[in-house]
Write a protein that binds this ligand. Structure first.
Ligand code: S3P
Length: 430
């Protein structure tokens, strides 16, 4: 599907972003292996999370849709999963594949898990190697670095392990395996990544302790809990950036998760000079939530690197866009992980922003952007990557002339209503 977008005179309105993708995956997986039924409200009805639902159903978990887009999950308990009678498919979802790899390594049965072409090209050795240290029998293609993964589940034992890359998917895979392992598992994170799994495990009664950069997990059984999923800050981020770069914008975002391990985009935009307010801060299902308001702003360039990177990892293409129209230079470093996301997001962000007239130079682990460029519409390509499709859609809101986005349906991976929300905000009277 091709989407054509033109800059509107104004952007105005209210958006409730879809449920958080990371939390939705975890709510279904953890409640699936917990004891009892649970309700998951505001579940992200997006392709990635539906892939997790399909896999959990194939493993014997009853999951029903409830009114208002929620789910009812029939937890089967720690010993209740059943061998699937076919290959599991994680589609485009790295979170589904990596978290399930950890879970399936500890089950007393055989599994194969595959994914689409993008997922089959992404690194899986990062989960295979530490799971093997726990005693897992797990293999992948191409010297164990690519899916499909073949897993002969069995008894695992605890390990001490320091994550070589800041990855919440890897950390969560090991936390899931640790629930079933003999003895304690101690995971060290040199740089903090999103902590939704730790929060949810604690709320479900798992024996988990977080002290400094170390997480200790002992074998545990989980109690099912009802979860209200907050709005996804990674989806809200598109409107935050649209609001600050459009010259006549006033956008209100309600019910947005602002977990500090995810909220780097707010800090980065504030440091660039954004007109952004955070109100009504509260806690929902153990996660911090707030309402946000963003208005047209004069942005300046920024340097970002180090510990900030995992807190903005999915928003970096958008930061590159904001930097393109900001005053001065922006440097993004330590973000080499972007090259192994759904696509190579360093190369593809630079490629598409260059087509739109921006000045972006690739670094091996980031980008250098010279700002103050007037963007002009162009024929762009999502590369099948949801976050690139949406970043280009936002760029088009400030570009001169028409922008065409090919493969625009990629938004269905995390934000199926994205193009409708964009039209609604653009229809505001100037
Ligand atoms: C996610 C973790 C991040 C993020 C992805 C979702 C998660 O990936 O980019 O969109 O839900 O745990 P990594 O763990 O590979 O950094």
């Amino acid at each position: 599907m091709k989407q054509v977008v033109q800059a509107p005179p104004a952007l105005d309105g209210k958006v409730s972003p879809p449920g958080d993708k990371s939390i939705s995956h975890r709510a279904v997986i953890l409640n699936g292996i917990a004891r009892g039924d649970s309700r998951v409200s505001n579940f992200a009805q997006a392709a990635d999370c539906l892939a997790t639902v399909a896999c959990m159903r194939s493993l014997g978990v009853a999951i029903e849709s409830s009114k208002g887009g929620g789910l009812v999950v029939g937890g089967v308990g720690d010993k209740g999963l059943k061998e699937a009678d076919d290959v599991l498919c994680a589609e485009n979802s790295g979170t589904t594949m990596r978290l399930l790899a950890g879970l399936l390594a500890a089950q007393p049965f055989f599994s194969i898990i595959t994914g689409d072409r993008s997922l089959r090209s992404r690194p899986m050795d990062r989960v295979i190697q530490p799971l093997r240290l726990m005693g897992a029998q797990i293999w992948g293609r191409s010297s164990d670095s690519r899916a499909p993964l073949v897993i002969k589940g069995g008894q695992l034992h605890g390990i001490r392990y320091t994550l070589p890359v800041p990855s919440a998917q890897l950390k969560s895979a090991l936390l899931l395996a640790a629930l079933y392992a003999r003895g304690d598992t101690i995971i060290k994170e040199p740089v903090a990544s999103r902590d939704h799994t730790e929060r949810m495990l604690k709320a479900m009664g798992a024996k988990i302790e977080v002290k400094g950069d170390a997480i200790t997990v002992s074998p545990s059984r989980l109690k099912a809990i009802d979860i209200t999923v907050p709005g996804d800050i990674s989806s809200a981020a598109f409107w935050l950036v649209a609001g600050v770069i459009h010259h006549r914008a006033n956008i209100r975002l309600s019910n947005v998760g602002i977990n500090p391990t995810r909220s780097g985009i707010i800090d980065v935009l504030n440091a660039m000079g954004a007109n952004l307010t955070v109100t009504n801060e509260r806690t929902v299902s153990g996660e911090p939530v707030a309402d946000l308001r963003v208005q047209s702003s004069q942005l300046s360039g920024i340097e970002i690197s180090g510990e900030l990177i995992p807190r903005v990892i999915d928003e970096i293409p958008l930061i590159a866009l904001a930097a393109s129209v900001a005053q001065g230079k922006t440097v993004i470093r330590d973000a080499g992980e972007l090259r192994v996301k759904e696509t190579d997001r360093i190369s593809n962000t630079a490629k598409e922003l260059l087509k739109l007239g921006a000045d972006v130079q690739e670094l091996p682990d980031g980008m250098v952007i010279q700002g103050r460029k007037k963007l002009r519409g162009a024929a762009c390509e999502s590369h099948g990557d949801h976050r690139l499709a949406m970043m280009i859609g936002v760029a088009a809101l400030v570009a001169e002339g028409k922008t065409e986005i090919d493969n625009a349906e990629a938004v269905n991976i995390s934000y199926p209503r994205f193009w409708q929300d964009l039209k609604r905000l653009s229809a505001a009277k100037s």
